[in-house]
Design a protein around this ligand. Structure first.
Ligand SMILES: Cc1cc2nc3c(=O)[nH]c(=O)nc-3n(C[C@H](O)[C@H](O)[C@H](O)COP(=O)(O)OP(=O)(O)OC[C@H]3O[C@@H](n4cnc5c(N)ncnc54)[C@H](O)[C@@H]3O)c2cc1C
Length: 494
């Protein structure tokens, strides 16, 4: 039998992950990437001696990365060196106090106890429960293709549903345990990664708390781009062909089967098309209407994770009070959440995140300088995020300077902005979303957009808009899930 050929659209984490698994399974794999660099939302850019990771900066769930490389007889350390951050991150509150999240659970319990009596032990129990959920999720559940609810019918899970209200909002549990607003916000923060506030995220996802507060926050020396570099190196060694500047224009379907992909006026023939590009783009722009899984009405009814305004900044001095990861929760937490999800509008005083990787890694900034990346989340599809830029920049810089107790703007030597418009141009992102679909209860597991096309049996999807969801570890897992599905497809056919 001749070697089967698979074309993958997109070279983000899910595209690279699926490419590795499929090549390892013996298929001929070609990855088409519209941009001139691989990595998707995790690309790197360099300017004035600074190196910026353009998207992800938090390295959580190190076991997922380790398992990925182990699947190919490799280890994480064959590709990059991991540093465990201490403290993992800090949260800055309206009174300008900062709360460091220690990477030692006992120390963290003591910090909780100092704010609210009894909260240290409650945190310990909460995290013990989160750890249990993490282990059942990450060893089994999260790797399911989620065709139907039946995949999840297991006695230990059913018991857990009744015992811990897995599907009630996480905020019910957190607010029942902790009275102090600071502690509530700290415990609710990790699930914001899943694209919604804790009142919309099922308690099942306290697995994120286990990741953030027990496993800890890591950093690959050289930046998140090192993961992309490692995966690309692995893919190439397995025989994957990666073509950059290759914009997929159409998925060609004949007699009910995908037979190839149109690029740059030419065509690449194949036996399977796998799209890791944004799901909506794949369906709405690359596929004839009659073959689509979902309508525009469906997409409009989905809860999307926010978009973001990003500032990549370079300062010609060190900034003492910043650490590697800083969350500015120094304004109204509830109001910003409501302006993203309930009544989408530009919020007056946004919460924001400041990443300063030069605190850990001297290769990302010139000597004596600081590499700073600011992320301000906002609702998708608001009018012109570019117009908000100047006022947001001044607002967040005022607050950073107030917290740091020093003037920073006069030491700025590099500045670049990135908005929803860039997400659309660079990644064909639906309405400029940054991290895909929110993991709300009605958009979890088998309720997510399906990994298989329902009408074209050899067309598949992977990435942050399908299972298991947004984030780097889920994108890597998504690649593994779809590779298994494709193998089953071939096995059933030949
Ligand atoms: C600002 C930001 C911060 C984040 N922070 C974190 C974090 O700290 N930790 C974390 O775990 N996650 C984080 N995330 C989320 C994480 O980066 C994503 O969930 C993950 O990278 C998505 O990978 P993907 O493969 O699904 O999609 P993508 O990375 O978007 O890859 C899809 C690829 O398809 C390409 N493509 C699109 N259309 C076409 C076409 N027609 N032809 C060819 N190629 C095409 C795109 O160019 C892109 O390269 C962050 C995301 C952003 C944007």
């Amino acid at each position: 039998m001749s070697q089967k050929k698979i074309v993958i659209i997109g070279s983000g984490f899910s595209g690279l992950s699926s490419a590795c698994y499929l090549a390892h399974q013996g298929y001929s794999v070609t990855v088409l990437e519209k941009n001139s660099q691989v990595g998707g939302r995790a690309r790197l850019f360099e300017a004035e001696g600074f190196k910026y990771d353009m998207g992800p900066s938090w390295y959580w769930m190190p076991d997922v990365f380790e398992r990925f490389f182990n699947d190919f007889g490799k280890k994480v350390e064959d590709f990059y060196t991991l540093e465990k951050l201490s403290p993992g991150f800090q949260v800055i509150f309206p009174d300008r106090s900062s709360f460091p999240i220690s990477n030692q659970p006992e120390e963290l319990e003591t910090s909780f106890e100092n704010i609210e009596k009894g909260s240290g032990l409650k945190l310990r129990d909460f995290l013990k429960n989160a750890e249990y959920k993490y282990h059942i999720s990450m060893t089994d559940l999260v790797y399911k293709p989620c065709h139907s609810l039946l995949e999840f019918i297991r006695w230990d899970i059913i018991k857990q549903v009744f015992k811990t209200n897995l599907f009630s909002p996480l905020s019910y549990e957190v607010r029942g345990l902790f009275r102090h607003e600071k502690l509530r916000q700290i415990v609710e923060f990790p699930v914001i990664f899943l694209g919604a506030m804790a009142d919309k995220i099922p308690a099942l996802y306290s697995i994120m708390n286990y990741a953030a507060m027990k496993q800890g926050t890591f950093y690959p020396m050289g930046g998140m781009a090192k993961i992309v570099e490692g995966m690309t190196q692995l893919a190439t060694s397995l025989g994957v062909e990666i073509i950059t500047d290759a914009n997929a224009e159409q998925i060609i379907v004949e007699k009910g089967l995908a037979i190839g992909v149109k690029i740059n006026g030419g065509q690449i023939d194949c036996d399977i098309v796998l799209s890791s590009a944004d799901y909506h783009h794949t369906e709405a722009k690359l596929l004839e209407k009659k073959y689509r899984n979902y309508t525009e009405k469906y997409w409009a009814s989905r809860v999307f994770a926010p978009s973001s305004i990003l500032f990549y900044l370079g300062f010609n001095k060190k900034i003492d009070k910043l650490i590697h990861h800083n969350l500015f929760f120094d304004t109204d937490y509830e109001a910003h959440g409501a302006d993203i999800y309930q009544n989408p509008q530009w919020t007056k005083e946004p919460l924001f995140y400041v990443c300063c990787p030069s605190k850990t890694d001297e290769t990302v900034a010139p000597e004596g300088c600081e590499n700073v990346f600011i992320l301000i989340p906002h609702a998708i599809q608001l009018e012109k995020s570019e117009e908000q830029l100047d006022s947001y920049y001044e607002n967040v810089m005022n607050r950073i300077e107030l917290y740091c107790g020093e003037d920073l703007r006069s030491s700025l030597i590099y500045k670049k902005e990135y908005t929803a418009k860039n997400f659309i141009e660079d990644y064909n992102s639906y309405k400029g979303n940054a991290y895909g679909l929110a993991n709300t209860l009605l958009q979890t597991a088998f309720l997510k957009p399906k990994i298989k096309n329902k009408k074209v049996p050899n067309l598949f999807y992977t990435g942050q808009l399908t299972v298991p969801g947004p984030g780097v570890p889920p994108a890597i897992i998504s690649g593994k899930i779809v590779a298994k599905e494709i193998r089953s497809y071939f096995q059933s056919k030949y």
